[in-house]
Ligand binder design. Structure first.
Ligand code: FBP
Length: 262
């Protein structure tokens, strides 16, 4: 039995990953609602909040900022990622090796797999290499499991998300990040398919506080072990406030309304 590699980016078996790869994945448009968040330093500061168990960034941002935060922030280094300028079949070039991530002091690696894309075969082979190297360096392995491409008509339908979660288990991820499949029952099924691989919910586009927290709470009740969230934290005017509430909902399983009122 492998050691629980995800411990390095979890707290009491739960994870709240602050995702900040949007400058690559979506471009500057994601920083418009809260312009201060274009500065990576702002996100490293946010990641020192007690609620945050890891910050997910790309190599360039880690190289420039992580040395000042290595005592206070757990680093989840995203190894692949693609820009919104790419118009082809979903794919994600490997921008950093797992070996290099270990050298930067990463606690875990993150890797996107677009199951169903015409590039799934190469992406799975690249994941294999990254996953095995992460094991050698005792880094956790987080899969962004996002089925999409010509073969995928609806990327959040329950069967698709259960399959996405199962890919995490089959290919050796410690945590698998999936989109919410629309209901607690469907999330519970995805969790069941993932077995010992922990399922974390993807944050998605900005929603109001109450709707977002209710959704997170539902996912946790269904067995999800936390979330990996970007826009629903950093696009807010007061990101610390939502992190306080998320801490209560994720780690203390507090009622979402009570968490907001506190
Ligand atoms: P959000 O919480 O902002 O959705 O971030 C999660 C994430 O997986 C990011 O890591 C990534 O940049 C983005 O979503 C990708 O979103 P999509 O490919 O669905 O546009």
């Amino acid at each position: 039995m492998l050691p629980h590699a995800a411990d390095s980016i979890s707290r009491d078996g739960k994870s709240l990953i602050l995702a900040y790869d949007h400058g690559l994945e979506h471009g500057p448009v994601d920083f418009e609602p809260n312009p201060a968040t274009a500065d990576p330093e702002r996100l490293f500061e946010l990641a020192t909040h007690d609620a945050v168990t890891a910050l997910a960034v790309q190599k360039g941002i880690a190289e420039a900022y992580y040395p000042d935060y290595e005592d206070d922030v757990n680093l989840l280094l995203k190894l692949n990622g693609t820009s919104n300028l790419w118009m082809g079949e979903p794919d994600s070039p490997v921008n950093c090796s797992a070996e290099y991530a270990a050298g930067l002091g990463a606690d875990a690696i993150g890797f996107t797999l677009y199951g169903g894309s015409n590039h799934e075969v190469e992406m799975a082979e690249e994941f294999r290499e990254a996953q095995e190297t992460a094991r050698e360096h005792e880094m956790g392995v987080v899969m962004w499991s996002y089925p999409r491409g010509q073969g995928v008509k609806n990327d959040t339908k329950p069967d698709t998300i259960s399959y996405a979660a199962r890919l995490g288990l089959e290919l050796g991820a410690d945590l698998v990040k999936v989109k919410y499949p629309g209901s607690a029952a469907a999330m519970g099924e995805a969790v069941r398919m993932a077995g010992p691989t922990e399922v974390v919910m993807s944050g998605g586009t900005m929603r109001d506080d109450a709707a977002f927290l209710r959704n997170v709470s539902e996912a946790i009740e269904a067995g999800a072990r936390g979330l990996a969230v970007g826009r629903n934290v950093f696009q807010r005017d007061e990101p610390e406030r939502i992190l306080d509430a998320l801490e209560a909902v994720v780690f203390e399983e507090a009622d979402p309304e009570a968490a907001l009122a506190a």
